[in-house]
Design a binder for this molecule. Structure first.
Ligand code: SD4
Length: 342
């Protein structure tokens, strides 16, 4: 834990300046020249976003497309069984089912999503197939599974022994109590505390062709009611991309993001001239203002990137961090500003 804190601190010091502003006339990676004023860059939510960014950067750095990059990035935590909030290894719902939500969107309003998908390890890739191979945007439950199998995805059990054990522990009390920033305490440190809530990988990228894309993937809230769908697969809530303006994604308690159309709001605020950080802050304040008594004790955070590659974020509570990767710094992990804290 202390190593992680130290890393976060030093990475932030070294990276903040480079990562947060666009590089004027940036030379793109691998000989591809980026649009003047734009920065080829990928940003992801939470500390597990660092590894996701590396996978995305492997594509962006060769001049590849942002849509491929965000899909590749999202697949990293989806396959990591130590991560109990995304993909395989995610904590199940109240009935013991691991149900996954994911979405993907490009700069031209093409988008696809799946919700409450079971037995498929990479929901983000199914979401992309929905986008590219159907006339629809969102498939749910059994229909999404049937579609995934038709598309050649293989069925696999998502409930790992560790997640099953945690669920059985929870069943002893069956007391659902969301905890703030559970992954900060839970992920990678083997401490069972904080497992009563979940979070999400949201990833945004700008490629050397000047194109934005985003993806969002999660196993949703632990111990949720079967069939509960959060913000992550809902275009405009957990993810929104407008190639003329910017992209946004969210993490935290999805219900609050849905009722405020959070990611759409962040993009619209950027359209009105706000920076990514300002837009995220205003969206967080909107969540807080609407329901002050219920939202002050939960976590909701937004991460945004504008069309020039400038990145910003804001959260209700301290503890949210986001990872930024670009040509200058591949592993920056930046503590987000928050309303109740730094
Ligand atoms: C959701 N935002 O499903 C996602 C992840 C989560 O608490 O559960 N956050 O609401």
């Amino acid at each position: 834990m202390s190593d992680r804190r130290q890393f976060l601190k030093t990475a932030a010091l070294g990276a903040a300046a480079a990562a947060l502003s666009p590089v004027a006339g940036a030379a793109g990676p691998a000989g591809v020249t980026a649009r003047a004023g734009a920065s080829v860059r990928v940003a992801s939510t939470w500390d597990f976003g660092v590894a996701a960014n590396h996978a995305a950067w492997a594509i962006l750095s060769k001049g590849g497309h942002s849509l491929d990059a965000v899909e590749a990035g999202a697949r990293v935590p989806e396959a990591d069984i130590r991560n109990h909030s995304v993909g395989k290894g995610g904590y199940p719902d109240r009935d013991g089912h691991v149900t996954l939500d994911a979405s993907i969107m490009d700069a031209e309003m093409n988008c696809g999503a799946v919700a409450c998908l079971e037995d498929i390890e990479h929901p983000v890739s199914v979401a992309r197939r929905v986008m590219e191979r159907t006339p629809h945007v969102l498939l749910v439950g059994d229909g999404a599974l049937e579609f995934a199998l038709q598309q050649g995805f293989r069925k696999t059990s998502l409930l790992t022994p560790a997640a099953e054990q945690a669920w059985k522990e929870w069943l002893k009390t069956s007391h659902y109590k969301p905890a703030i920033n559970s992954e900060v305490r839970d992920y990678g440190v083997g401490v069972p505390g904080g497992r009563h809530n979940h979070d999400t990988l949201g990833i945004l990228a700008l490629d050397a062709h000047g194109k934005l894309a985003g993806a969002c993937t999660t196993s949703g809230m632990a111990w949720k009611l079967h069939g509960r769908v959060g913000d992550s697969p809902l275009i405009g809530a957990g993810l929104y991309v407008d190639g003329e303006v910017g992209a946004a994604t969210s993490t935290g308690v999805g219900e609050e993001v849905i009722r405020n159309a959070g990611s759409f709001l962040v993009v619209e605020l950027m359209r009105q001239g706000r920076s990514p950080a300002e837009a995220c802050k205003e969206a967080v304040l909107r969540v807080l203002r609407r329901h002050p008594s219920t939202t002050r004790d939960i976590q909701v955070a937004f991460l945004a990137m504008n069309k020039d590659g400038e990145v910003g974020a804001c959260a209700i509570q301290p503890g949210f961090s986001y990872a930024v990767c670009d040509v200058k710094n591949r592993s920056a992990l930046i503590p987000s500003k928050s309303v109740f804290g730094t």
